[in-house]
Design a protein. Structure first.
Length: 167
């Protein structure tokens, strides 16, 4: 009896290391792309990436710190031709999907519309946003508060981003 996405009968489906490649082959075959966020030099994620390539699937790798052993495998994938993944736009581009530019909600002032347009390009911290848009800190804080209250912008870990499709 085979259940779920397993190649082994349930009574033999203990989590032995040698069974991961078989399971990962199925996972790689079911997906359109494989994303490796972090991988040591001898990581199972690299096996999955190789299997995905064999199936003709796209392989993305998130660049990591060059001195970190946790990034050695993902950085090697990049060196060997994996697609760098630095944001959502990379995935959309790889699949030929043109992102729709956000349309600011009606009633936003000119400054708020500029902030939304800038954040649509990439998430940004308040200081960088103020410099890029040449706004005073108080003026930007008021606009960001308005946009957060309307649900158009959210803040996480010090970075503001467009929170939802606008318009």
């Amino acid at each position: 009896m085979v259940s779920g996405a397993s190649e082994t009968p349930r009574k033999y489906a203990c989590s032995l290391k040698r069974r991961f490649p078989a399971r990962n082959r199925i996972i790689a075959g079911l997906t359109h792309a494989t994303v490796v966020v972090e991988a040591r030099a001898r990581s199972g994620a690299l096996i999955t990436a190789d299997l995905a390539l064999e199936e003709g699937r796209e392989v993305f790798a998130v660049p990591g710190e060059i001195t970190s052993s946790l990034s050695a495998g993902s950085n090697r994938l990049l060196r060997n031709g994996a697609t760098p993944l630095t944001g959502v736009a990379d995935v959309l581009e790889a699949f030929g999907i043109e992102p729709e530019p956000p349309v600011p909600p009606p009633g936003l002032g000119e400054t708020a519309a500029r902030v939304v347009a800038r954040l649509a390009m990439e998430p940004s911290g308040a200081d960088a946003l103020a410099r890029a848009l040449e706004l005073e800190a108080g003026q930007l804080a008021a606009v960001l508060a308005e946009l957060e209250l309307s649900g158009a912008v959210s803040e996480r870990d010090g970075f503001f981003r467009v929170a939802r499709r606008l318009g």
